[in-house]
Design a protein around this ligand. Structure first.
Ligand code: SAM
Length: 236
């Protein structure tokens, strides 16, 4: 079945291959202005959250870290600044083309990485868990490529637990962000963004999936004002 821009506009969000295709096409389309809209939309908090994620990896400079679903390479830039050897992987060629990082980037599906088992010191992934089709498969693939003791830092959106902040969060993401997106980039992509939150399972389920994939010391940390969460852990 042919996929069109409408797929992500529908009330019923797509699943499986249809989702994968629609997500890739959407990111190819919004790639040129992705960084700009991100900075405006998060008031640059996304940069701070990525820095904190890299710090939480607690890996020495010189460690090899892969950034999965790297998009335009923002995580690679932070890993480079921390003296790590970073490599990015993403299936959207448009996003990779818009990168400003110096790291080698590869077009690949992160559910099937072209990487040897037990070869990597750390893995980061930013704002992509909800865009993937099969989270358990992803966590197992990450466990496969990491060395024992290898570290993970998965950063994604969250909903503030405080009721007032939660109300403000919804007002902002449901009403204002689509308008900002329409002004600077693509209305349908930034209307999809708040709806894509529903793809993300509740955090105890995510922790359980990461545990099951073979990780220990799995922790979740909320970043102020509660709109981002970090899952960290270590391969057993
Ligand atoms: C919201 S962007 C995040 C980009 C970047 N990580 C960041 O922190 O800004 C989500 C990215 O996930 C990528 N993506 C989604 N599913 C993927 C998959 N199965 N394999 C590779 N990349 C994927 C998209 O192409 C997109 O670049």
């Amino acid at each position: 079945m042919a996929t069109t821009r409408m797929d992500l506009d529908q009330n019923q969000l797509p699943e499986g291959e249809e989702k994968s295709r629609a997500v890739r096409e959407m990111f190819d389309r919004i790639a040129p202005r992705y960084d700009l809209v991100n900075r405006i939309m998060t008031f640059r908090l996304d940069v701070r959250w990525r820095k904190k994620t890299v710090r939480a990896l607690s890996l020495p400079s010189g460690a090899t870290v892969i950034d999965l679903a790297c998009g335009t390479g923002d995580f690679c830039v932070e890993l480079e600044k921390a003296g790590m050897i970073s490599l990015g992987f993403d299936f959207s060629f448009g996003m990779l083309q818009a990168s400003r990082s110096f790291s080698p980037l590869t077009q690949a599906d992160v559910l099937q990485l072209p990487i040897k088992a037990n070869s990597i010191d750390g893995v980061t992934c930013g704002f992509a868990l909800r865009n993937l089709t099969e989270l358990p498969v992803f966590f197992e693939e990450v466990a496969r490529v990491l060395k024992p003791g290898g570290r993970i830092g998965f950063l994604d959106v969250a909903e503030p637990e405080n009721r007032l902040l939660n109300w403000g969060h919804h007002l902002y993401f449901d009403r204002i962000v689509p308008k900002v997106g329409a002004l600077f980039s693509d209305k349908s992509a930034y209307s999809y963004l708040p709806r894509s939150f529903s793809y993300l399972p509740p955090y105890p389920e995510i922790i359980n999936m990461i545990d099951q994939a073979g990780f220990g010391q799995v922790q979740r940390k909320l970043f102020a004002p509660g709109s981002a969460q970090l899952f960290s852990g270590e391969k057993i």
